[in-house]
Design a protein around this ligand. Sequence first.
Ligand SMILES: Nc1ncnc2c1ncn2[C@@H]1O[C@H](COP(=O)(O)OP(=O)(O)O)[C@@H](O)[C@H]1O
Ligand SMILES: [Mg+2]
Length: 311
Amino acid sequence: MKERQAKGTRPHVAILSRKRSLYSTSRLVEAARALGLRPTVLDTLKCQMLLGPPRPRMLYRGAQLEALELALPRIGASITSYGLAVVSHLEVMGVPVANGAQAIARSRDKLRCLQLLDSHGLSIPRTVMAHRSTNVARLVEEVGGLPAIIKLLRGTQGVGVMIATTMEEVKSILGTFHGLGQDLLIQEFIAESKGKDVRALVVGDRVVGAMRRTAKRGEFRSNLHRGGEGKPVKVLPPEYAALAVRAAQTVGLAIAGVDLLEGKDGPKVMELNSSPGFEGLERATGKDIARAMVKHALTLRGSTGGLRPDV
Ligand SMILES: Nc1ncnc2c1ncn2[C@@H]1O[C@H](COP(=O)(O)OP(=O)(O)O)[C@@H](O)[C@H]1O
Ligand SMILES: [Mg+2]
């Protein structure tokens, strides 16, 4: 297939994203064009869903969307609810999606992900959750004592991840958030990872790029949004790659940014991101991550989407 092929014959691919100017979105558009496709960026919040005879349909800027071959969802955390509705609507319309709504929903809930990973025997940091701030000493003991990590269930970019070094801190953080109606996880602090983690980008059944992120001085969170620095990992140990791929498959994600901590007894999965930004990774590794994503998504045509619709 070539760029110059007539518009009508090029497969129409939708990229769901709030803005076409975002790095990852514009790179997916470029990659899709280079692969001879006809990409359209659809602002997720402008997609309108129609149900009822003759069949489920979607309106975009007043026009009915026709003949969509494929959709690549990039759903930001701030629009999870509407975004999930749009993705599942595309699924009922029979449009293959690179990541299905159910898998994206799971990935947005850190406890749900850890439950799935643990029940499938994947290595994770010890984690507890309780609705009230009672029995706190026992809970902290369960995760290996102090310091302990405390996390909101639904956070991204490091916001909502805290460290408590005394029991008083644990109690005051839990009390504050429970008082606001927020549930929290208490997690084993993997001290030996020393403010570093590995972000592995999984596409299908392989890791297409990985980087080691190092937190800035005085910070334990290595997120790039928190000032962390990313360096390419040239050869990811097979144990890390296999764990990242298994984690993505267990949650049902065909495309996932998997965050791994480097524990003394091997890698541990911390969380999965279903719409991973890849600007840092492309810049750090020089790899064409966008092309790998679009190419993999193309293999899903004729299927109903994600790898494992029902886990
Ligand atoms: N259990 C832990 N032990 C050590 N560091 C952690 C732990 N959990 C999180 N971190 C640090 O905090 C960062 C953010 O945590 P993460 O669970 O990935 O939340 P977010 O969704 O906000 O990125 C991680 O990249 C890591 O550097
Ligand atoms: Mg993270």
